[in-house]
Design a protein around this ligand. Structure first.
Ligand SMILES: [Zn+2]
Length: 572
């Protein structure tokens, strides 16, 4: 039904945008609301979602109307599409340095990472338009907003019936796919960064260093009674933004969205009767449980970078119009709250950056980094909203996304049940002064730099006090996942004087992303480079892990003009 738009070749962003401009409406006098662009759902009575071209046209219209916005490209998808981003603030800034100089929180909101989950894209476009053209004071006076409405642009263009691409969703009729054009799930790619979209977005994170990252999705199933569910970073390593979002921001957001916007929202989860296995305790028959804490998921990852991250999941059984409305309300309230708490949020970011710097100077300041975790064993008892379904007489479909032979009743009731909404650490590691990576592991070093982690290099052979990891066993997952068989190591650290090869790479943990470096490099991490096969070639039972922990960097051999740093952390 939906037209499939093919875009040939690689377009320079500006010409593409201006090309549409010329084809657009001619203006007579200053633009007014009648000239403002409308999203595809708005012009089709919510029957259709925007194609890539629709998004580009919409953004182009904003530009032609003189909206005070800065337009750019995050990077290119594997099929060569530019991923557009828009910066909105008053006064307008268009570079990371200018944004920093404003001294305000920077909020990065991303739609469409799973391209069948369309309302984030639409809500973000409409919100951008309305905030920008509003003459009254608004959040753009207090924050810098970076909007990325169509992150998985290639997936968006793989339109197919919703019954095929998003079975559990109540429309629209034609939507894109969850995966990108390489069949990678971008929301499992944040550690290994194999997709060009991920590599480009890591470069955006490094350049703009947003204080808050918001990722917009749609739920997959449970018939709960919430218009939207949300989650902070669930990684216990997210000791700054993760804890602050969970304990301070999200409870307040829940209250505001309920009272000001009229939507019930709650911590993300599913009923374990729908998804067995979420909780270990087999004596629990019904509970509400969250998903996963590993940084392959964007919001978990972003928390380990020391920042605030919020996952938004609109209720898949609501209509598209209502999903757009609830997502828009949630994002609006996030922006308002961040604007209000700007000073606290900026100082949280500053503390997250400075804490690892102190690690090198004073061992007392060392903070353990949680590298493995499990869902909490002691849930809280809470009231959760649940909707009743009832059987129909036959197996006809009553609503897209509702199982055949069942219908929704609209009867939502409160059930008191255990709520598992957080993870606890099961393995903590004290950051060493540095990790030393073997000279041949250049792929690992490239990926560390892509994550924004500074890597130095030693010129000569040297020795230092430290630890090497002896591998006792290598557990390879039999299941293929995202093209990988994940690895888990068991072994032990052995302390002693370590001999380091000339040209080995040095990753100091005394840098703003020190905790992330620990998470990615520790051999026993539940979602590090070892997990994703980056060290496979060096792993041998009884052998030594190719990364060494060093306690003291003062004696290392290094040249005056050593290579370093975040400046080389751009996509290759
Ligand atoms: Zn999703």
């Amino acid at each position: 039904m939906k037209r499939v738009v093919q875009i040939a070749g690689r377009w320079p962003l500006v010409t593409a945008v201006l090309g549409f401009a010329c084809a657009g409406a001619k203006l007579h006098g200053p633009p007014g609301p009648a000239d403002y662009p409308r999203t595809q759902p708005e012009v089709t009575s919510y029957r259709e979602t925007s194609s890539y071209i629709d998004v580009r046209k919409f953004l182009d219209s904003l530009r032609v109307l003189g909206a005070p916005l800065a337009f750019g490209s995050v990077g290119k998808t594997s099929e060569g599409r530019d991923i557009p981003y828009v910066v909105a603030s008053r006064p307008l800034v268009s570079t990371p340095a200018a944004a920093k100089a404003l001294g305000r929180p920077i909020v990065y909101v991303q739609g469409n990472i799973h391209a069948g989950e369309v309302e984030g894209k639409e809500a973000l476009l409409a919100l951008l338009r309305d905030l920008t053209f509003s003459p009254a004071p608004n959040v753009l006076d207090s924050i810098v907003l970076i909007a990325v409405p169509i992150y998985n642009a290639d997936g968006n263009e793989r339109f197919a019936p919703q019954a095929v691409n998003r079975r559990e969703q109540n429309g629209p009729e034609s939507v894109g796919t969850r995966a990108n054009a390489q069949n990678l799930d971008l929301n499992r790619d944040y550690v290994k960064a194999e997709a060009p979209e991920t590599r480009a977005s890591l470069a955006m994170f490094n350049a703009w260093d947003p204080d808050v990252f918001v990722d917009l999705h749609t739920t997959d199933g449970s018939f709960h009674g919430y218009a939207l569910t949300y989650s902070p970073s669930l990684s216990p390593a997210a000791v700054f933004g993760g804890v602050y979002a969970r304990d301070s921001l999200l409870p307040l957001l829940r209250e505001r969205v309920r009272t000001r916007d009229g939507f019930e929202i709650f911590d993300y989860g599913n009923f374990i009767s729908d998804e067995p296995g979420l909780v270990r305790d087999t004596t629990v028959h019904e509970a509400w449980a969250t998903y996963d804490s590993r940084p392959r998921f964007g919001t978990n990852y972003y928390g380990i970078r020391g920042r605030i991250a919020i996952l938004s999941e609109a209720f898949s059984h609501d209509s598209l119009a209502r999903r757009i409305a609830s997502t828009r309300a949630f994002v609006s309230e996030i922006l308002s709250l961040v604007a209000e708490k700007g000073v606290a949020i900026r100082s949280l970011s500053a503390r997250a950056d400075s804490l690892p710097l102190a690690w090198g100077r004073s061992p007392d300041s060392l903070q353990m980094v949680a590298i493995r975790s499990e869902i909490v064993a002691t849930p809280r008892m809470m009231d959760v909203l649940k909707e009743d379904l009832e059987k129909t007489a036959d197996s006809s479909l009553t609503q897209p996304g509702v199982p055949r032979g069942e219908r929704r009743t609209g009867r939502v009731h409160t059930v008191r049940m255990p709520v598992y909404d957080r993870f606890i650490s099961t393995l903590d590691r004290t950051p060493p002064a540095a990790y030393v990576v073997a000279p041949q592991d250049t792929g690992v070093v490239r990926l560390l730099r892509l994550h924004g982690i500074r890597v130095d290099r030693s010129d000569s052979a040297w020795t230092a006090r430290g630890e090497g990891y002896v591998i006792d066993s290598i557990i390879t997952s039999p299941r293929q996942f995202q093209g990988h068989h994940e690895i888990r190591l068991m072994g032990r650290w052995q302390r002693g004087i370590q001999s380091l090869a000339p040209r080995s790479f040095i990753v100091s943990t005394a840098q703003p992303l020190g905790a992330l470096a620990v998470y990615l490099l520790e051999p026993e991490s539940d979602d590090g480079f070892t997990t994703w096969n980056l060290f496979d070639r060096d792993l041998k039972k009884g052998g030594r892990f190719p990364v060494t922990r060093i306690f003291d960097l003062s004696r290392r051999g290094r040249s005056a003009n050593r290579r370093s740093s975040a400046s080389s952390a751009q996509p290759q």
